[in-house]
Design a protein around this ligand. Structure first.
Ligand SMILES: [Fe+2]
Length: 289
């Protein structure tokens, strides 16, 4: 029988996973066990504290469902989702940002330029830009998966008042890598405040429940690294306190009042001027291809 005590427990626990066959899985699990043991020793974790932590995780599980993951929210508010995004970043490429819980596959393909305004209330705006490589060369093979919230802050999946697929689409950029999306100005919204992540962790820290207004994109092109990111409105009041740490300098754009009667006419926007945000999305080459 092994004589396990404080001096050897951590090493024995780490070694107990040494037979995991996949090298990367073994590294991930053993490092996690070692880090958890280090943490517990560092803070001199008590029984009561560990039970509280496990009860919190239990409560996260209880409120989660097929359409709601409290663990994703936990990852977001701890900054781990953003950390993983930033670790995946490539030099010269547009930085990634939080995918969030409201992306789902199968968004309708619409022809570019796209008009998503339909019956939505809100301020009409146009996101206009291009997809290029890290040197600025256009990527005409790129496609964009786009989604955002409605003027009441909600995404269509959680709002029965909205039409199916409201304010989301996929599109192909043109021969110069350009895209144009007429839509409504995204608005800030709150992370869920009815679960343990808000109640037991974020609110007691006196943190904001608000996400800065944003639009989501996934940009893909053959042989390039897929980009999952968001872009933000420079006039948004929550840029400094985004609840999930999603704001990056290069992702903040400014809506400019632009006189362009043809653009307004194209999208059914009244008058000769509208708010336009110009965006450049840079992808890096996939080194594995
Ligand atoms: Fe979002």
């Amino acid at each position: 029988m092994k004589n396990i005590d404080l001096s050897n427990l951590s090493d024995i626990a780490v070694q107990s996973f040494s037979a995991l066959e996949n090298d990367r899985t073994r590294q991930l699990v053993q490092k996690l066990v070692a880090s958890l043991h280090e943490y517990a020793k560092d803070v001199q974790l008590t029984h009561e504290e560990w039970r509280t932590a496990l009860s919190f995780l239990h409560a996260c599980s209880d409120i989660s469902s097929a359409s709601r993951s409290e663990f994703s929210l936990l990852s977001d508010v701890l900054g781990v989702s953003s950390l993983v995004d930033l670790l995946a970043g490539k030099p010269g490429a547009t930085p990634g940002s939080v995918l969030g819980p409201f992306h789902s596959a199968g968004s309708p393909w619409l022809s570019n330029p796209v008009n998503l305004i339909a019956a939505n209330e809100g301020t009409p705006v146009v996101f206009r830009g291009r997809v290029c490589d890290v040197e600025g060369n256009p990527l005409p093979s790129a496609s964009i998966d786009y989604w955002q919230n409605a003027n009441n802050g909600l995404y269509w999946q959680v709002d029965p008042q909205q039409a199916t697929d409201n304010l989301r689409c996929q599109l192909q950029v043109d021969a110069q890598g350009r895209f144009e999306i007429a839509t409504i100005r995204p608005v800030p919204y709150e992370i869920p405040t009815d679960g343990p992540v808000w109640r037991d962790l974020v609110q007691p820290a006196h943190r904001s429940s608000w996400r800065a207004a944003h639009a989501h994109v996934i940009v893909a092109a053959p042989t390039y690294v897929k980009l999952v990111t968001e872009f933000f409105d420079s006039e948004d009041p929550y840029l400094e306190a985004d609840a999930v740490f999603g704001v990056r300098g290069p992702l903040v754009g400014t809506f400019k009042t632009t006189q362009d009667p043809e653009l307004c006419r194209r999208h059914g926007i009244e008058g000769d001027t509208c708010l336009v945000m110009d965006i450049e999305l840079r992808l890096s080459k996939n080194e594995n291809e």
